[in-house]
Structure formats: structure tokens, C-alpha cells
Write a protein that binds this ligand. Structure first.
Ligand code: NAP
Length: 330
């Protein structure tokens, strides 16, 4: 079988290796689809964890169980599953291992014809989802879900999302599923139409409105209940303008950088909660799959590349023209 390994930054070697055999408590997945995250791109370019080489990339994949190790009773051959992002994080809040030992580096990822993982590291996916759609859940889907849960989003709330990447589009869709209204930002009229189709009530073009945070605040009445913040340092000051007194900025991403001078006064004067979000636990992924069992929410898959074109898919993600998730199929 084939397994892809990153041995040098921006390199991707494909090797012929023996099929892995599941040990006690483990299962083998025959991979069917994977999805790419911005983190995979940062990792591949050497901008994330420079100690990670060599590693098997990609955290998110959907496969079918085709072999069981001794003692596995709660997973069956034929189950279609995704592997969790943090293999040891089962429930509750994260510990050190949950945030350090993550799949797709340093723990080997899913870019192989078959992978062996612990039986506790897989979650069955809704039957109605395609393999590619299911492969978007472990990181992007779960992160958006965790952010909305940590912000306590429910009926009548208003959520601000930033851009049309994987996490943000899940946030647009899941916030509505929770009964909230969505205001979204983006960079082009075409992407704005897509956001409206997905149910965003108002869309702000941040390339035309530099004070988009204040605009969102006004549109919401007197501030949004939560911002799903994927821009990081480059957008945080505007997000703090958008959020209501006592609201939450769920800090997820770094698309706009990690460092900027910041006026902290709004945080304390408006008692804003700046809540870091790190993907989520297995328990969260199970909940998300339960939510997606019901029809009506289709993960947005931008494009599916054949697995052999993984480098082209990473380049496509880097170009930033995608809307939603970039996937690979076996
Ligand atoms: N903390 C966690 O657990 C966690 C989990 C998943 C992802 N992340 C992070 O969250 C961020 C988003 O990840 P993703 O996978 O959803 O990314 P993605 O799919 O690559 O999203 C890219 C999109 O975001 C928008 N964008 C780009 N630069 C922006 C900026 N400076 N300000 C606002 N929007 C910008 C653009 O959409 P428009 O053209 O529509 O604006 C772009 O197409 C990344 O930083 C990623 O590392 C963190």
C-alpha cells in the first residue's frame, strides 16, 4: 500500500509499505477521503511545528474499518468512521496531550491507503454524508461546533463569522441549526452570494468596509453575541468592536497573523470573553455527528482532488479561492 510522508518542507514522498496490522485495542481504516485544513498547509510549509519531520500529513480522513485488533468490541468491520484530531482527548476540556499529540503531525496522519488507530479514536459518521463531506468533520466541523458551544449560542442569538473557509462555513450552518442569526464577512461579491445561499442574513465585504466590526455591531442591534474569530491578530480589534457587552470572541485562527498591537480596554470595559478554541474532544465529534444525522446541513465541499494530487490540493487551499473544504478522494 501507499503512504505519503513529509521529509522536507513542502515535500511529499510516496512510499510502498506493508499494510499495518492492528494491535490490541486498535482498528485498521481503509481510507476513502481526506480533507485539508489550513493547519496542514502551515505544517507542510514548516510554519507550524518545525520539530515534526518526518510525518504522515493530514488530520482529517474518513475510512471504512477493515480489520480489528484483539479486544475491540465497540467498532465493527464495515463501519464508516472518521478518526479524531486529538487521539487522547475523549471528553471534557483539553489537557496537555490533547493539544500536543495531534493527528497529521506529530502523530501520523491519514494520508495513506490504510491507517491503524485506537478503537477509541474513531467515530461513526452519518450515513447520509458522502465520504468527502464526512472527512471535513474532525477538525473544521468540530472546531466550529466547539466555538458555538463554548459561546453558549442558541435560539435568538446573533453570530458573526469571518470569511468563507472551512471553519467559518461550518459556523454559518451550525449557528443557524442552533437557532441563531448569522452575519458574515467576506472578500468578494461572488463569495457573498454563496454566504447568502447558505443562510447568512447579512454579508459585509471587508475589503470595501474597513470598519466591518462596527458595521456588524450596528446590524446586530447592539453587538453580536459571538464572533467566530478565524483571522486572529489581523481581525481581533474589529471583532472586539462587533461583539456585544458580555459577548464572546471565540478565538480560533491566525489567517491574519498572530501578533499585532491591541487595545485591551474594550475587553474589560465591555466584559468581553475572549475564548480560545482548540478543535474539540471525541465527545464533541460524536455530538456533531448526531446533529448532522438530521438532513438539512450539507458540509460545503469546494473541490475533491484525487489523492495522488495532494500537493496540488494544498496549493489550491493556499491560493484562497476556495469556498468551504478542499478534499482528497481515494
Ligand atoms: N484553533 C483551532 O482548533 C483551529 C481549528 C481549525 C482551524 N483553525 C484555524 O482557523 C483558521 C481558518 O481555518 P480554515 O481551515 O477554515 O481556513 P481556510 O479554509 O483556508 O479559510 C480561508 C478563508 O478565510 C478568509 N480569510 C483569509 N484571510 C483572512 C483574513 N486575514 N481575515 C479574514 N478572513 C480571511 C478567506 O475567505 P474570504 O475570501 O471569504 O474572506 C479565505 O478564503 C486558520 O488560521 C486555521 O489555522 C484553528
Amino acid at each position: 500500500m501507499r503512504r505519503w510522508t513529509v521529509r522536507a518542507w513542502r515535500g511529499l514522498d510516496v512510499d510502498e509499505v506493508d499494510e499495518p496490522v492492528p494491535g490490541p485495542g486498535q482498528v485498521r481504516l481503509r481510507m476513502r477521503a481526506a480533507s485539508l485544513n489550513y493547519r496542514d498547509l502551515l505544517m507542510w510549509r514548516g510554519h507550524y511545528d518545525r520539530r515534526v519531520l518526518p510525518y504522515v500529513p493530514l488530520s482529517d480522513g474518513c475510512g471504512v474499518v477493515d480489520a480489528l485488533g484483539a479486544g475491540v468490541t465497540d467498532v465493527a468491520v464495515g463501519d464508516r468512521v472518521v478518526a479524531t484530531f486529538s487521539p487522547t482527548w475523549l471528553a471534557g476540556g483539553p489537557d496537555r496531550d490533547a493539544v500536543r499529540k495531534t493527528r497529521g503531525g506529530p502523530v501520523d496522519g491519514v494520508l495513506a491507503d490504510a491507517v491503524v488507530v485506537g478503537a477509541s479514536e474513531v467515530v461513526r459518521v452519518p450515513e447520509r454524508l458522502s465520504d468527502a463531506a464526512a472527512a471535513t468533520l474532525p477538525c473544521a466541523g468540530l472546531t466550529a461546533w466547539s466555538a458555538l458551544q463554548l459561546a453558549g449560542i442558541g435560539p435568538g442569538h446573533t453570530v458573526l463569522t469571518l470569511g468563507t473557509g472551512g471553519v467559518s462555513l461550518f459556523a454559518v450552518q451550525l449557528a443557524q441549526r442552533l437557532g441563531a442569526r448569522v452575519i458574515a464577512t467576506t472578500s468578494s461579491p461572488a463569495k457573498a452570494s454563496r454566504l447568502r445561499e447558505l443562510g447568512a442574513s447579512e454579508v459585509i465585504d471587508y475589503t470595501a468596509d474597513a470598519d466591518w466590526g462596527r458595521t456588524a455591531r450596528t446590524l446586530a442591534g447592539d453587538g453580536v453575541d459571538a464572533v467566530v474569530e478565524v483571522g486572529g491578530a489581523g481581525t481581533l480589534a474589529q471583532s472586539l468592536k462587533a461583539v456585544r457587552v458580555g459577548g464572546t470572541v471565540a478565538l480560533i485562527g491566525v489567517l491574519g497573523g498572530t501578533e499585532q498591537p491591541l487595545d485591551v480596554l474594550p475587553i474589560l470595559m465591555s466584559q468581553i470573553r475572549v475564548q480560545g478554541v482548540f478543535v474539540g474532544s471525541r465527545e464533541g465529534l460524536v455530538e456533531l455527528c448526531r446533529v448532522l444525522d438530521a438532513p438539512g446541513l450539507e458540509p460545503v465541499v469546494d473541490r475533491v482532488f484525487p489523492v495522488e494530487q495532494a500537493p496540488e490540493a494544498l496549493d489550491w487551499l493556499a491560493a484562497g479561492r476556495h469556498v468551504g473544504k478542499v478534499c482528497l478522494a481515494w
